[in-house]
Ligand binder design. Structure first.
Ligand SMILES: [Zn+2]
Length: 261
């Protein structure tokens, strides 16, 4: 393959530059501190790597300034974190516990944090992801395991935060949890929908999804309530605009800028 055809393939989203590729070394290193079996590590890595390194599937909804230079550091953690801890950690609850709304605290205390994005790193909380897969009616999906169905949705959600945090957009200044979480879910559902619509004869099976997976993810997003209802807005947006790809592209592209206004 000539250099020219290589460049063409990269710009068409068929290939990924070496430096932007999924960082297997860091991923595997984080797995060493877990009880995951070799087979699990392998299947998780394959699922994530294929999504990350074969970008053509998301090209139709890819916003203009979307490049591959993000989300290549993915870590696995066995920590079980609840939203309540995250809220306290991020000072989203006042210091005075007496002022906390009991119902909100109940919801936050029972809702798991499944993933986090921070400074170019995505952390996936594998035990919490497995807990969700065990409890809910989660389809096995094309990956053949319910925990991988959950994990993939969480990864796509965190990838959206990475996108909002891309170069040139200072999300730290503009981060508005209430709108960004909804847009992250919206983007994750759009990407999943794109996997459903991807030609099953193209590429590895990992970059396809079943309608059941999309329906589960939509219901999962929709079910978030109380202080987490901002997430559920993603399902509302998806149901309303999910089929208009050009509009979705514009919305995702414009979101961080419009949040600054
Ligand atoms: Zn999020």
């Amino acid at each position: 393959m000539s250099i020219w055809s290589d460049i063409q393939a990269i710009s068409a989203g068929e290939k990924i530059r070496k430096e932007d590729a999924f960082n297997e070394y860091i991923f595997r290193e984080s797995c060493e501190n877990t009880d995951l079996t070799k087979e699990e590590i392998q299947e998780i890595e394959t699922a994530l790597k294929n999504l990350h390194d074969i970008p053509w599937w998301y090209a139709p909804i890819r916003p203009q300034s979307f490049d591959n230079r993000f989300g290549h550091i993915v870590l696995i953690s066995e920590e079980r974190k609840k939203y309540l801890e995250l809220y306290v950690q991020r000072h989203l609850l006042s210091d005075d516990k007496d002022k906390w709304d009991e119902e909100d605290v109940n919801i936050l205390g029972s809702s798991r944090v499944l993933g986090e994005y921070r400074d170019g790193e995505i952390t996936l909380y594998i035990n919490s992801i497995k807990d969700v897969a065990m409890e809910g009616d989660v389809p096995l999906g094309v990956l053949g395991k319910s925990y991988l169905t959950v994990l993939r949705h969480v990864y796509l959600h965190e990838l959206m935060h990475a996108f909002f945090d891309r170069e040139g957009i200072n999300i730290q200044k503009s981060y508005n949890r209430k709108s960004e979480e909804g847009f992250a879910e919206f983007g994750a559902l759009l990407f999943l929908n794109q996997l459903v619509n991807t030609d099953p004869n193209r590429g590895p099976k990992d970059i396809h999804a079943t309608k059941e997976e999309l329906d589960w993810a939509t219901g999962f997003v929709e079910s978030k309530s109380g202080p987490l209802s901002c997430y559920a807005q993603g399902a509302v947006l998806f149901k309303q605009y999910g089929n208009d790809k050009s509009l979705c592209k514009k919305m995702l592209e414009a979101f961080p800028n419009s949040a600054e206004q």
